[in-house]
Ligand binder design. Structure first.
Ligand code: MN
Length: 744
């Protein structure tokens, strides 16, 4: 494609010698220390001596050209040396120690990382992507350059893939499409991504690739005339103002992106209208908007297609204005406008920050700009569950994004579907933990509200707020979810500890003894050993969770007490006998009869009572409180009374199968305010019976201003049934309001 502007793509010139490489380095780094590059080249050449590539060339041609690609990305000398050495540890008798001795710690660590990735077996199916990328991130450690070298390695292998056996080509091409292209894209290195995609396309679907390239070639002449025409018009328009230093690029989009468009929309090549893309490069930021004005003056913009990635840069740091206009001949054309500096970042992404002058460790600014990467590395170290990580990588790496503002006007980026909770946790875990809602564009919204592109979010917090398990369902970022999970775990542990202590005290008091005296010493050590418990607190925590019976613990750590006769129960004991059994045991039989409706802290057989004040029904957000002698009382989480309880006695509860038809009916009061007209009552009761609900009681009173207030007591199976009937009632003409009554 003749119209590609220079600098757009990487150079495809083969390097033949280290002198070629040196020339390329000097082109952007005039004072480079080439002695060390020479040393690395000769070390590598010596190590690979006698090895031949499939192309018939000596092996050194591969590392030399990998280094060449890295130089093309204007990377630092450490990266280039790593490119030269990247296969020595894997394919020759050189060791990481040899590399360290000759080239220092940094290069040794880089080569080590690249070697680890090379040894990995990648599984190429969509579900495995996350796992693959996780492995790469582990290998990368904290240095992004490992991935950059690996990408350059892959690019050179793809450029020379035609020497590979045919069966291998398709497999390697698919691996490139599934793993390396998304990675290059996420790193923002579009020059690399585009070349990798088209090479992979060529070997993965040769039939489609050659068919499409022919089609593109046929239209190339028309296209180049069209491109010239557009360029001429833009130049003329900009010439009317003071613009001097600007550059216009026009080109066909790359084949893979055209192919993807055809696939996604099931259309032919002829129907892909935005095959051509234009770019205007200017000197400074205000000029970008100025050019935009001129373009929109020249051609009509298509609504909804304007994107301002300058005000709201992408996470991979891409900045540009995008607009689609109706160009000459009624063709839709996409035009990107950015400064030359932004263009460099757009083409080189994370690599742009590793230019030679930043030799050494990653600087603060860069670290901040690539925060997502740091997050991923940190998070990977925290979480050992591969499935959880997979979810993260999926949302963090592949999902579409929305951009929202802080009240100060800073932009933050989230996956689609993110809520104020995600936003709050992105600020600080304290803000997240105390978040009660948010003001979006000045309007109060609940936690579960989904943020939209362009929203301004202000988080509202409350000192008494606490995260709950339900929150996991209403946030999408891994940062929020892992913080909530940690909090919930920690809280449950704290509560279990207190409860466990209390339960043990009770058990010992029966024998007139003190638990603290026995909860140490030889017997205690033996108990811990038998149960694989490491600290004393953990014993109490397990008692609190119900995993250990206080009675059994006492039997084991105080056998002497156990054989003695328990003293007579005191008045207090009588009032509240065998608390533990009530909470964690005898409940089992009662609950199991009806299949357990609720699970408490993950356990099903716990005695639960439904609070009368708020009468929760399956599907309602709920919260439980351990009540003395009465097991766990379940309230709706917004119940006012629930807040009056000691929050330390709070336990996580959730519905088992809230939408099951098998649920027992629970009583709910529904109040309907309507006009006082005949026939309305009949229609209301019909609405209930349509939903299969029985009215067990009804109370109707009229007001002076001719309104009827009807209260129905009905049996409800679950929240969705209730919501349905409320909706039906609201539809009745003459009904002004329907509400569920909190308290009878
Ligand atoms: Mn290699």
């Amino acid at each position: 494609m003749a119209n590609f502007a220079a600098g757009d793509r990487l150079s495809d010139k083969q390097l033949r010698s280290v002198e070629d490489l040196n020339r390329r380095i000097l082109s952007y780094y005039p004072n480079a220390d080439l002695a060390i590059v020479d040393k690395a080249y000769h070390f590598s050449e010596r190590m690979h001596e006698g090895q031949i590539r499939r192309s018939g060339e000596p092996y050194i041609s591969h590392p030399l050209n990998v280094a060449g690609i890295l130089a093309d990305l204007h990377l630092d000398i450490d990266s280039i040396i790593t490119g030269l050495l990247h296969d020595t540890v894997e394919d020759t008798h050189a060791t990481v120690e040899d590399i360290r001795r000759e080239f220092g710690d940094t290069v040794a660590a880089l080569v080590d990382g690249v070697t680890k990735i090379s040894k990995m077996q990648f599984k190429t199916s969509t579900e495995r992507q996350g796992e693959n990328i996780r492995k790469m991130i582990v290998a990368m450690g904290k240095d992004v350059r490992v991935i950059l070298v690996k990408l350059a390695d892959r690019l050179h292998n793809m450029r020379t893939l035609n020497h590979m056996a045919y069966e291998k080509q398709a497999r390697i091409a698919l691996e490139t499409l599934e793993i390396y292209c998304p990675l290059a894209s996420r790193m923002g290195i579009s020059a690399l991504k585009i070349e990798l995609e088209d090479l992979a396309f060529r070997f993965y679907r040769p039939d489609m690739f050659y068919e499409l390239s022919q089609l593109v070639q046929k239209t190339e002449k028309d296209h180049s005339q069209y491109i010239d025409e557009v360029k001429r018009m833009i130049t003329k328009e900009l010439g009317t103002s003071s613009f001097k230093d600007f550059e216009i690029q026009g080109r066909s989009k790359h084949l893979w992106s055209i192919y993807r468009k055809m696939q996604n929309r099931s259309i032919d090549y002829n129907q892909v209208y935005d095959v051509l893309a234009f770019r205007v490069l200017v000197d400074n930021l205000p000029q970008c908007y100025e050019v935009l004005g001129h373009i929109h003056h020249l051609w009509k913009p298509i609504p909804g297609r304007f994107k301002d990635f300058i005000a709201m840069p992408k996470t991979n740091n891409y900045r540009s204005l995008h607009t689609t206009v109706i160009g000459p001949g009624g063709e839709r054309i996409e035009i990107q406008i950015r400064t030359k500096e932004m263009h460099l970042v757009a083409e080189r992404g994370v690599a742009a920050h590793w230019r030679y002058k930043e030799r050494g460790s990653i600087n603060d600014e860069t670290a901040q700009k690539f925060e997502w990467l740091k997050d991923l590395v940190n998070w990977n170290q925290q979480v050992h569950n591969s499935e959880e990580f997979l979810d993260t990588v999926k949302t963090d790496l592949f999902e579409s994004e929305i951009y929202v503002f802080t009240p100060k006007g800073d932009v933050r980026e989230f996956p689609e579907g993110a809520t104020p909770l995600d936003f709050a946790y992105s600020i600080h875990s304290d803000v997240g933990n105390h978040c009660v809602g948010a003001r979006i564009n000045g309007r109060m919204v609940p936690l579960k509200h989904q943020m939209q592109n362009g929203d301004t979010i202000e988080i509202v917090t409350s000192a008494t707020q606490q995260p709950s398990k339900d929150w996991l369902k209403i946030c999408v970022t891994n940062r929020a979810q892992s913080r909530i999970r940690n909090f919930v775990k920690e809280e449950q542990r704290k509560r279990s500890l207190i409860l466990g202590k209390e339960l043990m005290d009770r058990e010992f008091r029966k024998y007139g003894a003190s638990a603290t005296k026995y909860l140490k010493g030889e017997m205690m050590e033996k108990l811990k050993k038998d149960f694989g418990i490491h600290d004393d607190e953990e014993v109490l925590v397990r008692v609190g969770y119900g995993k250990l019976e206080p009675k059994n613990v006492l039997e084991r750590i105080a056998p002497d007490l156990h054989t003695s006769v328990a003293r007579q129960p005191t008045a207090e004991d009588k009032k509240d006998p065998n608390f533990i059994q009530k909470v964690f045991k005898s409940a089992a039989q009662r609950i199991k009869k009806s299949g357990s409706l609720i699970s408490v802290g993950g356990m099903d057989d716990v005695l639960v009572y439904f609070a009368k004040c708020c009468a929760p029904i399956p599907g309602d957000p709920i919260v439980g409180f351990i009540t003395r002698g009465r097991g766990v009382t379940v309230h709706r989480s917004d119940c006012r009374k629930a807040f009056e309880f000691d929050q330390m006695r709070r336990v996580e509860v959730e519905w088992n199968n809230p939408n099951s038809e098998q649920q027992q009916e629970r009583t709910v009061h529904i109040q309907v305010v309507s006009q006082d007209t005949p026939g309305l009552l009949k229609m209301m009761s019909e609405a209930f019976s349509m939903e299969g609900m029985n009215i067990t009681n009804a109370n109707i009173r009229t007001t002076r201003d001719k309104k009827a207030i009807s209260t129905f007591e009905v049996g409800v199976k679950n929240l969705s049934q209730l919501n349905n009937v409320i909706l039906q009632l609201q539809k009745i003409k003459g009904v002004m309001g329907v509400s569920r009554q909190s308290s009878s």
